[in-house]
Design a protein around this ligand. Structure first.
Ligand SMILES: CC(C)(COP(=O)(O)OP(=O)(O)OC[C@H]1O[C@@H](n2cnc3c(N)ncnc32)[C@H](O)[C@@H]1OP(=O)(O)O)[C@@H](O)C(=O)NCCC(=O)NCCS
Length: 335
């Protein structure tokens, strides 16, 4: 009997606190016009005191469980993708696990940056299809705002990122009459460009102390990016991997009902959509209101699409991401 991994629930959470481009222009030398023109971002959500990554993940998880008709105690394993963990260690997954009645199930953080959700989905699929676990919770969760440089020096990066969490429940589907499931997924990475988009410290390989006041003053604890270089690679790798996975699944672009792209920059996504001739009505977007939420971007899109009634059982859904590492990935799912 074939086992497929089926997404049975989606959930999302963004902080209530809306930060507009005009708000940012009070903190650094930027403007609403510059940000909208280059990125498509109008506003993003940033946490306020008392909110945490695991708190956002908890709300998203509860929604996903409810949609799947499950309790936390039904989940066998938690995979949480993040580049902005709640603490240096242990991972955010552990802080999420203790918030709900999961029991002593395994949990782990995965670090594949903006492709993290698709990496985690791959591992969830492998665990489910191998018969290891029946139900895996996959979460993408980021709090960027507390790690951004709110000054002119960091403005190219700080205007891009938002906070949020998205969660899905992945379950084993052995029903021969139910075609829903992950059809194929492809992951890639190229560590040669690791420093082009990174946060250098704290770094265990920096001897003798992984973080000092000097390093903070030098801006080495904030994300830095070679924006044009990243842009060029994103617009090449995203179509490449999207076509690769469609070909592996013997599908054509025209077969796909909905395209979900990682939300790094609206211009990247418009460029890729144009190259592939994807019509605007089949491409989902939320970057204008949430910014780049890294590993949370794709599960946020999924949860929103589900709530808006845009996801129907039987549809074909394509998800594609590119990010730091570099990493890039694409999945195709029969919903
Ligand atoms: C970040 C990005 C929007 C910058 O756009 P760009 O057209 O490449 O702009 P540049 O970096 O060349 O900078 C152009 C000018 O704007 C300035 N600038 C940078 N950030 C600015 C900001 N927030 N507000 C106003 N001006 C800014 C630069 O200093 C530069 O000024 P100069 O011409 O006087 O030197 C773009 O490179 C990008 O989106 N890259 C990919 C980002 C990404 O996807 N990251 C995440 C991947 S997961």
């Amino acid at each position: 009997m074939t086992t497929r991994s089926k997404i049975t629930g989606t959930g999302m959470c963004v902080p209530d606190n809306v930060v507009t481009n005009h708000d940012l222009a009070k903190l650094m030398d930027t403007s609403d016009e510059w940000i909208q023109k280059r990125t498509g971002i109008v506003e993003r959500r940033w946490i306020t005191e008392g909110e945490t990554p695991s708190g956002l993940a908890e709300t998203a998880t509860l929604q996903a469980l409810e949609q799947a008709g499950l309790e936390a105690s039904d989940i066998d394993c938690i995979l949480l993708a993040t580049l902005s963990a709640e603490h240096e260690f242990p991972g955010t997954a552990f802080f999420l696990q203790r918030r709900l009645d999961f029991g002593e199930i395994p949990c782990v953080d995965l670090r594949a940056q903006c492709s993290g959700f698709l990496y985690a989905l791959t591992f969830a699929d492998a665990l489910v299809c191998a018969g290891r676990y029946e139900r895996v919770l996959v979460v993408g969760c980021e709090v960027h705002s507390t790690g951004l440089e709110m000054a002119d020096r960091g403005r190219d990066v700080s205007v891009l990122f938002g906070d949020g969490a998205g969660a899905v429940v992945v379950e084993a589907n052995r029903d021969e009459n139910d075609p829903a499931g992950l059809l194929d997924i492809r992951l890639h990475a190229d560590g040669q460009h690791a420093e082009r988009l990174w946060v250098e410290v704290p770094a265990s390989g920096v001897h003798p102390t992984r973080i000092t006041k000097e390093m903070i003053d030098e801006g080495r604890a904030f994300p830095t990016m070679q924006g044009r270089f990243v842009f060029k690679h994103a617009v090449r790798r995203m179509p490449e991997v999207l076509l690769e996975v469609l070909s592996a699944a013997s599908l054509k672009l025209d077969d796909i009902d909905l395209f979900l792209f990682h939300q790094a920059n609206l211009r990247i996504n418009e460029y890729v959509a144009k190259q592939l001739e994807i019509p605007a009505e089949r491409l989902l977007s939320n970057i204008h209101k949430f910014g780049n939420c890294s590993a949370a971007s794709i599960p946020l899109l999924l949860a929103e699409a589900s709530r808006e009634g845009r996801l129907e059982r039987g549809q074909l859904v394509s998800m594609t991401a590119f990010g730091s590492g570099f990493t890039w990935a694409s999945a195709v799912v029969r919903w």
